[in-house]
Design a protein around this ligand. Structure first.
Ligand SMILES: Cc1cc2nc3c(=O)[nH]c(=O)nc-3n(C[C@H](O)[C@H](O)[C@H](O)COP(=O)(O)O)c2cc1C
Length: 344
């Protein structure tokens, strides 16, 4: 029997757990159709940024131009930059076009950190037909005068305000840098998040030694980065009643499978599709299907969360005990001999 790959994410039935993460690929209608043909269960559009709405002065074109030339292998898959959403009106237009063209759910994305007038776009995205909204809270808290509690409070207030503005499901995409993330996850749920997207991948600036300039150099993810969302999805599964999506480091079906076993409802993919094209989605789904069949699983639902912390015979495997064990079990040279470049 062919395994059933359907899943439910944010209350939306998805035909497959692989979701196209927000990236320039989902900013282009033709590429969206290719992603759909390859089997994605849903697509998240690139973010509309608070700064774009409030000031309309951020030159997104310039930023993207820079990004595309930072990693040459992706150039073939970058849509024409003219097609990328570059302003609030163009954003809504793209959303409407995506909704009209696609059969799978289309998730709009807003990216910002403060409450205020820009949030009217949450409602406008709903009116333009978005099946759900992803709120990306991408912040680098650099002010020594602002404590963590204030940052959490601001984020919770933001989620509350967006929740009050819309009736479609709301996912919140955040970074991992909270001192007590499990507690914060609960607060985000209480504030109205139906789902969490774990995690934002913070792009670190680099220094160009020729020009002595600080450069916003974008590097695509690697498979080892999967471990961070893997741990936290496993910890949160069954403990905070929200949908969970894993993002960062999914480059192969094994990575997707691990996130599902940990408890993800959806697995998001950006870098792999930028590097290898939308067809990579088909590859992931074929691998998942074959594995499920071989192990006689009938569905993704049956598999989801079976290795979560709550279900795991060794809950410490996801916590501090695992760190101590890993250090003790390290044998000099073993790291190199057993080195798997994919980080498995
Ligand atoms: C070129 C590029 C543009 C991106 N744009 C957005 C965006 O607009 N909004 C967003 O929430 N995430 C954005 N992301 C982050 C991805 O959605 C994803 O979370 C991240 O790349 C980690 O997943 P990956 O390992 O599959 O790449 C972008 C990533 C890349 C590489």
């Amino acid at each position: 029997m062919t395994p059933d790959l359907t899943t439910t994410y944010l209350g939306l039935p998805l035909r497959s757990p692989i979701v196209a993460s927000a990236s320039p690929l989902t900013g282009d209608l033709d590429t969206l159709l290719e992603l759909e043909a390859a089997g994605v269960g849903a697509a998240v559009l690139p973010s509309l940024f608070e700064e774009q709405i409030e000031h309309e002065q951020v030159d997104v074109h310039e930023l993207l131009e820079h990004m595309t030339h930072s990693f040459g292998e992706a150039l073939t898959w970058f849509p024409e930059l003219d097609d990328y959403s570059t302003g609030p009106e163009a954003y809504l237009e793209h959303l409407r076009a995506a909704k009209a063209a696609l059969g799978v759910p289309v998730i709009a994305s807003l990216n910002g950190i403060s409450t205020g007038g820009w949030l009217r776009y949450a409602r406008l995205c709903e009116e333009a037909g978005a099946d759900a909204l992803e709120l990306n809270v991408y912040a680098v808290e650099a002010d020594p005068a602002v404590p963590g509690a204030a940052v959490e409070e601001r984020t919770v207030a933001l989620v509350r305000e967006v929740r009050a503005a819309i009736s479609i499901p709301l996912a919140v995409k955040v970074g991992p840098f909270y001192s007590a993330f499990a507690h914060m996850a609960g607060r985000l749920h209480e504030a109205g998040a139906d789902g969490l997207v774990l995690f934002n991948r913070f792009l670190q600036p680099d220094v160009d030694l020729e020009t002595l300039a600080v450069e916003p150099r974008l590097v695509l993810s690697t498979p080892t980065e999967l471990r961070l969302p893997l741990r936290w999805i496993a910890i949160l599964r069954g403990r905070v009643p929200v949908s969970l999506a894993g993002t960062t480091g999914v480059h192969d079906w094994e990575g997707a499978l691990k996130l599902l076993l940990a408890g993800a409802d959806a697995v998001m993919v950006a870098s792999a599709a930028l590097e290898r094209g939308p067809a990579v989605v088909q590859e992931l789904l074929d691998g998942l299907r074959a594995w499920l069949e071989e192990r006689e699983y009938v569905s993704v639902e049956q598999l989801k969360g079976s290795l979560s912390q709550a279900a795991c015979p060794d809950p410490a495997a996801f916590e501090r005990g695992n760190y101590m064990r890993a250090l003790v079990s390290y044998a000099p040279g073993a790291g190199l001999r057993g080195h798997d470049p994919a980080g498995r």
